[in-house]
Write a protein that binds this ligand. Sequence first.
Ligand SMILES: [Zn+2]
Length: 256
Amino acid sequence: MPELPEVETIRRQLATILVGRRVTGIEVREEKSYLGPKRVDQVITKVGRVGKYLYFDFADGSMWEIHLKMTGRLIWDRADYEKAKHTRVVVVMEGGKLYFWDTRKFGYIRVVSERKQLGKDPWEMSEAELMRKLQKTGRSVKEAILDQSLLAGVGNIYANDGLWEARINPKQKANTLTIPQVKKLLSSLRRVMERGLATGGASDNSYVNAKGEMGSYQNEFLVYGRTGEPCNRCGTKLERIVVGGRGTWVCQKCQL
Ligand SMILES: [Zn+2]
């Protein structure tokens, strides 16, 4: 699933392309993928983001909330997407078309009147605030940082890599983390997500940016998906375990 670095990469591209552009038509090819009235002749005034959600603001005060879920893509004006089997919604605009493409059909464009209330991004969250939030939960630290109401934008890739970077075991109870551990965790999450942004995101699965280009963070995963490969720090074979129902990769020597 696209996480903060992938969604932010798309947001930056679309903000440059779409702000000031008028929507002149909406062609819905899959009913599950577009929710709400089809209103046209609206100008996009902002392309924003809350966690993994994108928001397009319109001049009349209405909004689109867009979630890519597992396999969604937003592609600007590429002819190969016009007839693509998995193109679900075509937004016709002055000077081009925006394609919402999604194989699994879990993603959507929805007309909403307000943004989701989620936790803050790792860059907006202070160490003290994260400490307070983690102390309130007896869940594992990995489950806690994946909770979008606690901390927004972190998904399975960057949670795994961030915990390894911080030398924290994903199963450690969130409310037992020390202040130095929380500081290290926050700086590590920021660092791996900055790396994700710098490399254009992780395209290990379906993700491409709004121009249809792959990112390259998948070539430098620290632990995510690397079962049996050596730990970059100590050479110990990385293990796959399950935490909170999600695939989790750890170095049993570095992450006590
Ligand atoms: Zn190690």
